[in-house]
Design a protein around this ligand. Structure first.
Ligand code: FES
Length: 159
């Protein structure tokens, strides 16, 4: 479990230099914790002397920032029309059941975040699942099991 340490924020800001931009510090926090803890945003607001609402506005504008904890691995299921008619729902159900999460949730051990996306532009391969930027096409529930086993093995080895 990763917990936010306020003292580390000062280090993060120092590492980014005096002239660091608000975005670069938020990026560093996101990279370190895989999300932007509320306490971190409050400290950033104080450090930069800008309203907290401005920090939130930046944090929610960019898709790369998350306000909730993210897993070490991201699994995205395409639920666009072509993937939907080819079985994306069954694939998604299998992932939800196995990981015990709903879309946009992260497993308790913070290993996996499950999300859904609309058309990835490779409809002929549907249903498509993306695991940490690696595309898997024609995914079945059996293939989901294999994918998860592989990812869990990797996750186990990366502790
Ligand atoms: S609908 Fe899934 S890739 Fe287009």
């Amino acid at each position: 479990m990763i917990d936010f340490e306020p003292s580390e924020l000062a280090e993060t800001i120092e590492e980014n230099g005096e002239g660091a931009s608000l975005i670069s510090v938020l990026e560093e926090i996101q990279a370190r914790y895989r999300y932007l803890p509320q306490a971190a945003m409050v400290l950033v607001s104080e450090r930069f002397g800008v309203p907290l609402s401005q920090v939130y506005s930046v944090a929610t504008f960019y898709h790369s920032f998350s306000l909730t904890p993210r897993g070490k691995h991201t699994i995205s299921v395409c639920t666009g029309t072509a993937c939907h008619v080819r079985g994306a729902v069954q694939v998604l159900n299998r992932l939800e059941t196995t990981l015990d999460v709903q879309p946009n949730e992260t497993t308790r051990d913070r290993q996996f975040t499950l999300e859904t996306v609309n058309c990835l532009g490779c409809c002929a391969l549907g249903p498509v699942v993306v695991l940490d930027n690696e595309y898997e096409g024609q995914v079945t529930t059996k293939k989901v099991d294999k994918l998860l086993k592989r990812a869990m093995r990797q996750a186990g080895g990366e502790q």
